[in-house]
Design a protein around this ligand. Structure first.
Ligand SMILES: [Mg+2]
Length: 313
């Protein structure tokens, strides 16, 4: 395989995540193995099938939030947290087809950007969903040139807009760092020990467990809508396969929160293998209706352009 360029990897991360989201959406909350039963032969086609209220190739909230985040980073020339929160809020109030429970509670609470998630966490005590992990691709591309610490710090701050639980911040920070490593042409799996060293000590052990070479999604102690098994499953899918398509098939076939597990997997696998490895029959029907975005629907060229501008800084 030709070594992808950095631009191809950046586009791969953003488009790969969107493709995973759209591929997994019709199988959300379904059982493990449903995808492989329906599409037993890799490469046979028809996998971008739609269903469950989703058109074939239609991306969900995971990608919609990643696009709003990426557009804020571009238009504000960097991380403007109140602006990101405003865009998320406009999106949440524009009737997205799907929205995470916790994200919805925080964004519709009519509280200031820097208090909404923390207050929600204080009252509910459970805020370690995968909702900040799922939207990481665009910011990961944007902050990668700034290095590990700046990347992980930005990831934590963006995660904290909707998730008050530090567990979600740390998982999102790990995902950003693994994408950063991959964009540089290095192996994110080999970078796991060093990445874990940079995780907050209170959360290191739990991530070390789900990111260990012998961990398997069946060992998860929570539903994969939680941040730990979601990230662990994505890394497992990358580790145990040899290409973009197989990694995504493995992710969707885990069942459960399939769109998000596959979106997280797609960001990683896309950064590793590049846009050139994402099947054209998956990118052709891909589209991202964008609530809160003035009635726009993004297609492949729009996502590639977004990734290119984010990679350029
Ligand atoms: Mg979704």
């Amino acid at each position: 395989m030709i070594d992808p360029t950095r631009a191809d990897r950046a586009a791969g991360a953003v488009v790969g995540s969107a493709v995973g989201d759209a591929l997994g959406a019709p199988f959300e909350f379904g059982p493990a193995g449903a995808f492989g039963t329906r599409f037993p032969a890799p490469g046979a086609g028809g996998e971008m099938c739609g269903g469950g209220g989703w058109d074939p190739g239609e991306a969900t909230d995971d990608t919609q939030m990643a696009v709003h985040l990426g557009e804020s980073l571009l238009e504000r020339g960097g991380l403007d947290l109140p602006d990101v929160f405003d865009r998320f809020r406009r999106w949440a109030c524009d009737q997205p087809k799907d929205i995470g429970l916790q994200t919805e509670a925080v964004l519709t609470a009519d509280l200031p950007w820097d208090l909404a998630a923390a207050i929600h966490f204080q009252t509910n005590l459970r805020a370690a969903g995968n909702g900040s992990l799922m939207r990481a691709a665009t910011a990961a591309v944007r902050f990668a040139p700034a290095g590990r610490d700046a990347t992980m710090d930005a990831a934590r701050r963006i995660a904290a807009l909707t998730h008050g639980d530090r567990a979600a911040w740390e998982g999102t920070a790990i995902q950003h760092e693994l994408v950063r490593v991959a964009l540089a042409g290095r192996d994110p799996i080999a970078a796991l020990p060093a990445t874990l060293d940079a995780v907050h000590p209170d959360h290191r052990e739990r991530y070390a467990t789900v990111l260990a070479p012998d961990w398997h999604p069946e060992l998860a102690t929570e539903f994969n809508g939680a941040v730990w098994p979601c990230l662990g499953s994505a890394v497992w899918a990358l580790r145990t396969t040899g290409g973009f398509e197989d990694a995504l098939r493995a992710a969707v076939d885990l069942g459960g929160d399939t769109d998000t597990v596959a979106a997280v997997t797609g960001a990683l696998a896309g950064a590793v293998y590049g846009l050139g490895a994402v099947p054209e029959r998956w990118t052709a029907p891909l589209h991202v209706p964008l609530p809160g975005g003035g009635g726009r629907t993004l297609h492949l060229a729009d996502l590639v352009g977004l990734a290119e501008r984010l990679a350029a800084g």
